[in-house]
Design a protein around this ligand. Structure first.
Ligand SMILES: NC(=O)C1=CN([C@@H]2O[C@H](COP(=O)(O)OP(=O)(O)OC[C@H]3O[C@@H](n4cnc5c(N)ncnc54)[C@H](OP(=O)(O)O)[C@@H]3O)[C@@H](O)[C@H]2O)[C@H](O)CC1
Ligand SMILES: [K+]
Length: 522
């Protein structure tokens, strides 16, 4: 399965070091990066009558010089505007700068605010701007000359191609460090970085191109995860990221293989939704429909007696029982929480005691957040458990606030894993799924249309369906859970306006296309 890794700056540096130690030189790595930047920029922009590279003080600038050198090989007019004196460069950077000059690249310096008019003039003469100011080494807010140059790039109305990451975006968090280049396209070098996806980073990245393979192997990347773990050995357990990858179409195909011809409903699992309360009778029904949409063979609801007649008469598809029923004991998986209210702590406690696969959602999460005994049961549960908080619920579960969760979603998902030791689906734009072993999956699909009441209920039911039919399909749990998030997002990104109940229908269509093998779902 093709995997797109997501790395922090420290992990990228470590992978780089491991690669250099194994015999590939830093000079060659930069040269390869430069060659791929040159080819890729030419492919992306039809008018390359004058390319202007704005080069910063570090290796990102070195990639810019190397790219300029390769562009000259195609006889394309290139100017590199260096924001530091070229004489001050050293090592590989210096070598690539020298080679660029030799190849006929015009190199100009703009090293003080007084040169900003010049920078503006070069930008106005360009047909494409290559942003090589900062990459993964950016470590503090931009000010002075750098900030002014970024502002001029953003104002110049030319296509902007960023090398590795848009300069000014923090590669670990995606936040803007003062000011950032608004790229039209970004070429990630060796791996994607968190900053391409999180916070403002996604908007400033523009189109994220395929990762440039500069010879850093998967083994080096995997070793970088281990070797950048800075947990104290004394700690009971490490809580650094174990691995991080983007969810892709192959996950979905693995999760929804063609159905066997001799299928029967029992093969696809029976999901039981515990939810509903006065005023919230729709939520468990949406979860039940979500379960069917994701492929469950049977879906049932257990709801408080006072709302049972309402829920039972409101839909045909999902079987509905009052709380006094014990029929749920045959459940293949349970979803607890949609529309449940905060009065069902005792029943939730009993569900946590079962060995059933369990999705803890919505009000069930709020009850956990408010009750240390439930927290301890959740953390000590041995059966398969998935919690599905939105940022507000995550903040309550972490005794934090929404701003803190959203400012560092990767850390929030790890903190939830550390505290509750189960699978976590942290919802929101770029939903993150984390395993108890700290493997993180980022969902790149979706649409702001999914931000509507009921959409989370549908997702909870869908995850219940995946937990109920774990058997036989060969997909890993990580693939099953993260592909469910992706399926929900893809369905929600389809054209047109829809209600949450209609979302379940869209999910079902996308899922059936996958099972029929009708090609890639966008
Ligand atoms: N992936 C790989 O293995 C390879 C990546 N390459 C490219 O290299 C960059 C990372 O290079 P690095 O030198 O580590 O970092 P930068 O180019 O981003 O810049 C670091 C320099 O910038 C200075 N700095 C940092 N923040 C600021 C700021 N706000 N204002 C001014 N200057 C700043 C920093 O200075 P210090 O004072 O902190 O030392 C550094 O001088 C990666 O993104 C890829 O493009 C390789 O080419 C190939 C291998
Ligand atoms: K850059």
């Amino acid at each position: 399965m093709g995997i797109t890794r997501i790395l922090t700056a420290a992990q990228m540096r470590k992978a780089d070091e491991i690669t250099i130690a194994s015999g590939l030189s830093a000079f060659d790595l930069m040269d390869r990066a430069g060659r791929i930047v040159a080819n890729s920029a030419l492919k992306c922009v039809p008018d390359y009558s004058r390319i202007v590279v704005i080069a910063g003080p570090g290796n990102n600038g070195g990639d810019g010089f190397a790219a300029a050198c390769h562009l000259r090989k195609y006889r394309i007019p290139v100017t590199v505007v260096s924001l530091v004196p070229v004489d001050s460069l050293s090592g590989e950077l210096k070598k690539h700068a020298n080679l660029a000059v030799k190849a006929g690249v015009k190199v100009r310096e703009a090293t003080s605010l007084g040169a900003i008019g010049e920078v503006e003039r070069w930008l106005s003469r360009s047909s494409i701007v290559i942003d090589a100011i900062f990459g993964t080494g950016l470590c503090r807010g931009l000010g002075g000359l750098m900030a002014e140059v970024v502002a001029k790039i953003n104002a110049c109305d030319r296509p902007v191609f960023s090398i590795d990451i848009a300069s000014g975006i923090c590669s670990d968090s995606g936040v803007i460090l003062g000011v950032a280049v608004k790229a039209d396209m970004t070429l990630p070098i060796a791996a994607t970085k968190w900053g391409h996806w999180l916070a403002e980073g996604r908007d400033y990245t523009g189109r994220l191109l395929d990762v440039a393979d500069i010879g850093i192997s998967d083994d080096a990347i995997e070793a970088s995860w281990r070797e950048t773990c800075d947990c104290d050995d004394e700690q009971e357990r490490c809580f650094c990221v174990n691995s991080a990858s983007l969810i892709n179409d192959e996950y979905l195909k693995a999760a929804w293989p063609p159905r066997p011809r001799l299928s029967h409903k029992g093969y696809f699992g029976h999901v039981w939704v515990f939810g509903g309360s006065v005023g919230f009778t729709g939520a468990p029904q949406l979860a039940g429909l979500g379960a069917y949409a994701a492929g469950a063979g049977l879906a049932s609801i257990i709801c408080p007696d006072e709302v049972w007649p309402i829920i039972a008469s409101a839909n045909l598809e999902v079987m509905t029982h009052p709380e006094s029923s014990s029929a749920w004991q045959k459940a293949d998986a349970i979803v607890a929480g949609p529309g449940w209210g905060l009065e069902r702590g005792e029943l939730l406690s009993r569900l946590l005691d079962t060995e059933k696969p369990l999705v803890v959602d919505a009000d069930a999460l709020n009850m956990v957040a408010a009750n240390p005994a439930l927290q301890s049961k959740l953390a000590n549960r041995t059966a398969l458990t998935v919690i599905t908080p939105h940022p507000g619920e995550a903040a309550r579960l972490l005794e934090s606030d929404i701003g803190t969760v959203q400012d560092d979603r990767k850390q929030a998902v790890l903190d939830l894993v550390r505290r509750y030791r189960c699978w976590v689906v942290l919802k929101g734009s770029e939903t993150l799924v984390a395993s108890p072993d700290r493997d993180i999956y980022l969902n790149p699909f979706g649409s702001p249309q999914l931000a509507i009441a009921g959409s989370g209920d549908v997702l909870a039911g869908m995850i219940g369906a995946q937990l109920s039919r774990q058997k036989g399909d060969g997909a890993t749990l990580g693939e099953l859970i993260s592909s469910t998030v992706a399926l929900h997002a893809k369905a929600g990104a389809r054209e047109g306006w829809y209600l949450p109940g209609e979302l379940a229908k869209l999910v079902s269509e996308v899922r059936q296309n996958l099972e029929r093998g009708d090609g890639k779902e966008k």
